[in-house]
Design a protein around this ligand. Structure first.
Ligand SMILES: Cc1cc2nc3c(=O)[nH]c(=O)nc-3n(C[C@H](O)[C@H](O)[C@H](O)COP(=O)(O)OP(=O)(O)OC[C@H]3O[C@@H](n4cnc5c(N)ncnc54)[C@H](O)[C@@H]3O)c2cc1C
Length: 380
């Protein structure tokens, strides 16, 4: 059963219908096979791009869809409920455009934003390194200025779309001044010296390629630096506030899919002469799952509305990410329980949902880091 949504305009309600249509025709028929074989669905992202879904939260005059976050996130949720890897990828693409949109010069924006937001080009966001995940200020990748160019050397770990993206937003160290010594660069995939290692063999999200991006004397012209030297970490972290909302929405989509599968199964499956949903013990489990999904959605929408009003929303973004991904983990685990032995097999998607929910508690800041961010806000 599709989630009940109160969209702010008729146009946005039509957009949700369009996304459901695309999910039914382009995503659901492909998801099982691609997730089993670990195939990255590049053509699906091309379809989303051409339909305008990859640039939704950016203004129309720079090639985006001009949608508020309240709408954009519900689109991410719908996509992720059909295919988590694609929902996450859509959010990561938006994250990789964030710096150019917010701190790019008018010349930089005019030159690159339309093609990035138009969806022909797919983006990746390179902040983490193998020893610098929760603590990105510990990064070692260097960008050394030589005349009108920077020369980048290092390895950016865990890059979603590593090896399949068309451009990389790379954070690299331009001085030894800790978090203030990091700068941000927009690097096209075909730049000599940029390669990707073999993809990680992950527990889930097999359709989303994750790889270390290797930078070996990669020459980047000065005009591809975003913002000032030393501004890179703050650009990266500001983007993460928005990105965390995308992950909260994706997690809610996965949880909604798990709930739908569990309810449908519970109405069919009989024990002791009645459908299992008629047993109060099981109906209560389903009721808690439904409450967890709806409260996750309400939490990310509350944060999105603050963002849409131009108000600070960092604390609420961390709360949304924490609540939605912890709820998704619980809901997907309980969905496996509702299906009993069948839930533990690959005959049903709930075991996959459970594996997908797990990583959402880890990336874009682990849920321990979200608690740290929320705690710091409370201490101010
Ligand atoms: C599938 C996948 C895709 C990813 N995609 C991207 C991407 O596109 N771009 C990118 O830049 N990164 C990406 N990441 C990296 C991701 O953001 C990091 O894995 C994450 O930030 C955690 O870093 P870490 O793995 O180094 O864990 P660590 O930082 O080593 O943490 C290990 C454990 O210690 C806990 N911990 C650490 N510090 C504290 C603290 N101060 N207080 C309490 N607990 C703490 C953590 O919560 C965690 O449980 C991806 C990761 C995965 C798995």
């Amino acid at each position: 059963m599709p989630a009940e949504r109160l969209m702010p305009t008729t146009e946005s309600a039509d957009l949700i219908d369009l996304v459901r249509d695309i999910a039914g025709k382009e995503l659901r028929p492909r998801v099982d096979e691609a997730e089993r074989t670990g195939t990255f669905p590049r053509e699906v992202f091309r379809t989303l791009g051409r339909t305008g879904l990859l640039g939704l939260p950016y203004p129309e005059d720079v090639g985006g869809g001009g949608q508020p976050y309240e709408v954009y996130l519900q689109v991410i949720e719908e996509i992720a409920s059909a295919w988590a890897s694609v929902g996450v990828g859509t959010s990561v693409h938006a994250l990789s455009c964030f710096g150019l949109f917010h701190v790019g010069t008018p010349e930089q924006q005019e030159r690159w934003l339309p093609e990035m937001l138009g969806g022909e080009l797919l983006g990746a966001y390179c902040l983490s390194e193998s020893h610098a995940g929760s603590d990105p200020a510990a990064m070692r990748t260097r960008a050394v200025r030589e005349g009108d160019e920077y020369v980048l050397n290092g390895a950016k770990a865990w890059t979603t779309h590593g090896g399949v993206a068309d451009f990389y937003k790379v954070m690299a160290r331009t001085s030894d001044d800790g978090g203030r010594g990091i700068s941000c660069f927009l690097v096209p995939a075909d730049t000599p010296g940029l390669t990707a290692d073999n993809p990680e063999q992950k527990m889930g999200l097999m359709g989303s390629t994750t790889a270390t991006v290797l930078l070996d004397d990669v020459r980047v012209p000065v005009e591809r630096r975003l913002g000032e030297e030393g501004q890179g970490l703050s650009i990266a972290l500001a983007g993460l506030d928005a990105g965390r909302l995308g992950i909260a929405a994706a997690a809610t989509g996965v949880a909604q899919a798990a709930l739908d599968t569990a309810v449908a199964y519970a109405k069919e499956r009989e024990t002791f002469g009645r459908a299992i949903i008629e047993h109060q013990g099981l109906a209560f489990l389903l009721a808690d799952m439904a409450a967890a999904v709806e409260s996750a959605r309400a939490t990310y929408l509350a944060a999105a509305r603050l963002k849409d009003l131009g108000r600070p929303y960092g604390r609420q973004a961390s709360i949304a990410k924490l609540v939605a991904t912890d709820n998704a983990m619980r809901v997907t685990t309980d969905a496996v329980q509702v299906l009993g032995g069948a839930g533990y097999t690959r005959d049903f998607p709930v075991e996959r949902y459970m594996r997908e929910a797990k990583v959402m508690q880890i990336f874009e800041g682990t849920n321990q880091i979200q608690r740290l961010v929320i705690g710091r806000h409370l201490a101010r």
